[in-house]
Design a protein around this ligand. Structure first.
Ligand code: GDP
Ligand code: ZN
Length: 358
């Protein structure tokens, strides 16, 4: 395999060099995770690692464990089980984190250090914007935007399979999406693509340049893998990792982080955890990103701004008197659908919480 540089894997986007790493150790990036085993990639290729026992004993929260996209410091030599030992996880610039379903919601780390979150919908599923039926795959765009903003990734909406609709229909779809999310404080670019005929792929390629990491989210079937394959061309890493003793070894773990675009390119992440995502509402331990409140403020900026003018600071915008949010709906300044979407998202993010977290 053509080895990739740390720069293409995204290292240049981080401060400092590898010189501070203790002897006998090196820096690698997590490309896949499977039951406590991590596939690690760096300029020398791929290897399998496991979290060092002492590190495991010192963990205090799920956020202390590596996830796909993380930069880790690991031993150069493998242990008796042929795995290298992961000695630490470096600070993250971003984290995509989902909230598990069920009565006891947990944080599930999905992808770290993604510069961009590409939210993929299809031209057909986005047909009915502003708000497709709940079961429809275009429904949860705001969920992804909130997770991205809250976790420090820049969201981009990708309307794929544009080849399946007429040009006019495609343009109308993009316009409708723009109106639907137009009220966010932070502008979200919308790209129209076809993994089939290649339309719009230059826009995606531009995002993955110079060591940038782009994570692909959206439900099964929208064309994420097809888009990743188009971007990767012949540059996809082999699926079988080489064990540290040099013998080839099959792995059933599908690599989720893949280099694309050659020396000036970057990486893409395609993970099952990004198929259906409720944003984690608690602290994610990120030094740079502000967390879920910032995520909501960025994706529903007009609502959080209006809420400042409600009489009660903890107004739920339901039955309270002098609610500026409901007043805006009554005055036709805020679409009722938009507020419903916000309520639905907040309900998803707080279901099972013993106490509301904000
Ligand atoms: P994923 O589950 O999101 O990774 O989706 P896949 O990449 O597996 O694609 C699902 C199906 O959609 C496959 O049959 C693809 O060939 C098809 N597909 C993907 N992208 C496009 C596209 O841009 N246009 C058309 N017409 N079909 C596509
Ligand atoms: Zn209110």
């Amino acid at each position: 395999m053509a080895n990739v540089s740390l720069a293409q894997l995204g290292w240049r986007r981080r401060l400092g060099s590898t010189s501070a790493v203790a002897s006998g150790h090196r820096v690698s990036r997590v490309a896949a995770e499977h039951r406590g085993a991590y596939e690690l990639v760096d300029e020398e290729g791929a290897t399998t690692g496991a979290v060092d026992a002492a590190v495991r004993d010192a963990t205090r929260s799920p956020f202390d464990f590596p996830t796909v996209g993380d930069w880790v410091v690991r031993t150069t030599e493998a242990r008796h089980d042929r795995r290298v030992a992961i000695a630490g996880v470096l600070d993250r610039s971003s984290l995509l984190c989902r909230r598990s379903r069920g009565s006891r919601p947990r944080a599930q780390l999905v992808a770290a250090n993604a510069d961009v979150l590409a939210v993929v919908v299809t031209a057909r599923s986005a047909d009915d914007a502003p708000m497709p039926p709940r079961a429809d795959i275009g429904h949860r765009i705001e969920w992804y935007l909130t997770a991205a903003f809250g976790g420090g990734s820049r969201p981009v909406i990708v309307v794929n399979k544009i080849d399946t609709v007429s040009r006019a229909h495609g343009e109308a779809t993009v316009d409708a999406l723009r109106r639907r999310i137009g009220a966010t404080t932070t502008a979200v670019p919308i790209l129209a693509t076809s993994a089939l005929d290649g339309r719009g792929l230059d826009g995606l390629r531009a995002l993955t340049g110079q060591g940038a990491t782009v994570a692909f989210s959206g439900p099964s079937g929208v064309g994420k893998s097809s888009l990743v394959n188009r971007l990767a061309e012949a540059e996809v890493m082999p699926v079988a990792a080489l064990s540290p003793d040099g013998r080839g070894r099959h792995t059933t773990v599908r690599r989720q982080l893949v280099p694309v675009g050659g020396a000036d390119g970057g990486t893409v992440v395609d993970s099952p955890g990004l198929q259906d995502l409720i944003p984690w509402s608690g602290d994610m331990g990120l030094p740079a990103a502000g967390g879920v409140l910032d995520g909501l403020a960025a994706s529903f900026g007009e609502i959080t701004a209006l809420a400042q003018r409600c009489r009660f600071a903890d107004c739920a915008h339901a039955v309270e008197p002098d609610c500026a949010v409901r007043a805006a709906v009554d005055a036709g300044e805020l679409a009722g659908e938009r507020l419903d979407t916000y309520f639905e998202l907040v309900a998803d993010m707080t279901a099972g919480n013993s106490a509301v977290v904000w």
